[in-house]
Write a protein that binds this ligand. Structure first.
Ligand code: ATR
Length: 277
């Protein structure tokens, strides 16, 4: 019987996941179907019921997107370390009725930067903007890439401090306020993990964090030159990217976790890429 998978979110109309997993299934010759489900926002508990019903009907796994990543994490029977630090799941696997939670967002991001963009992070200075769910999911995969220095900047610095403490990180990892960045020099990689671009806003980032050889990475995808990427471009940065590669790479990680086969990603990334300008 064809194995069933789905992505669940609300809204879900613009999801690229069925397309991505459809191509992966075809190229790796897996007998599986992948659909999109609009999850219920209310009443309380309705989301978990839909997930359980999918699992009981023979579903093998799900991707989870906004606004359900926290609920998906909370309802799981088992959670990876990455998902636990993020407090959020973007992928679920159903294993004999048990729900296992994972979070591949950060791993997908780091893989896109290191493998697809060819930017090795070892020994580099990395700056991440934001200390919300997206930054939480990215922290452990970033630290595994062994940067020389890893700085988390957030308007609310208490939140950034808490993230570092929760990760048990020390040494070269530090939190700061936007104003502190003026005197902290240039970074090799600057990642915008705030939700500011979704509303066309720009975090109060001084352009002194950039040099022409920096890479500026925007987690949001398909929005062309966001205010953050424009700031980087105006500062002379040559390497700018949005999160389309991260989207496809996290999907590939979930696919490999579910199916035991790792798909090629290049062709799908090219297909989904919207030129930045
Ligand atoms: P997500 O899951 O997308 O990370 P979130 O958990 O709500 O969403 O976190 C949003 C992040 O974007 C936070 O770090 C937030 O900063 P604060 O914690 O200081 O509020 C950040 N953010 C949102 N809008 C921003 C803006 N205009 N400038 C700077 N940071 C912004």
């Amino acid at each position: 019987m064809t194995d069933q998978y789905a992505v669940i979110g609300n809204p879900i109309g613009h999801t690229k996941s069925p397309l991505i997993h459809g191509v992966f299934a075809e190229t790796t010759k897996q007998d599986m179907a992948y659909s999109a489900i609009e999850g219920p926002l209310e009443p309380e508990g309705a989301f978990a019921e839909v997930v359980r019903a999918f699992c009981v009907s023979g579903g093998k796994g799900m991707n989870v997107t906004a606004p359900f990543k926290l609920e998906a994490f909370a309802m799981a029977d088992e959670r990876s370390e990455r998902a636990s630090l993020a407090g959020a799941a973007n992928a679920l696997k159903f294993d004999d009725g048990r729900i296992v939670a994972e979070n591949f967002d950060g791993i997908g991001l780091v893989r896109d930067i290191e493998v697809n963009l060819g930017v090795s992070l070892e020994g580099k200075r990395v700056l991440i903007l934001g200390a919300g769910g997206a930054a939480r999911g990215a922290l452990l995969p970033f630290l595994a890439a062994r940067p020389a220095e890893f700085v988390i900047v957030n308007r609310n610095t208490t939140k950034a401090d808490a993230l570092i403490k929760d990760a048990g990180a020390s040494g070269s990892v530090l939190a700061c306020a936007y104003g502190d960045l003026e005197t902290m020099g240039r970074f090799d990689l600057v990642v915008n993990a705030t939700s500011a671009s979704l509303t066309g806003n720009l975090p109060p980032l001084p352009p002194t964090v950039f040099s022409p050889g920096s890479t500026a990475y925007e987690l949001v995808y398909g929005k062309r030159l966001t205010p953050f990427l424009r700031l980087a471009r105006n500062a002379g940065v040559r390497g700018i990217a949005d999160g389309v590669g991260m989207l496809v790479e996290q999907a590939a990680e979930a696919f490999a976790w579910w199916r035991g086969a790792r798909p090629q990603t290049r062709a799908v990334i090219d297909r989904l890429t919207v030129p930045l300008d």
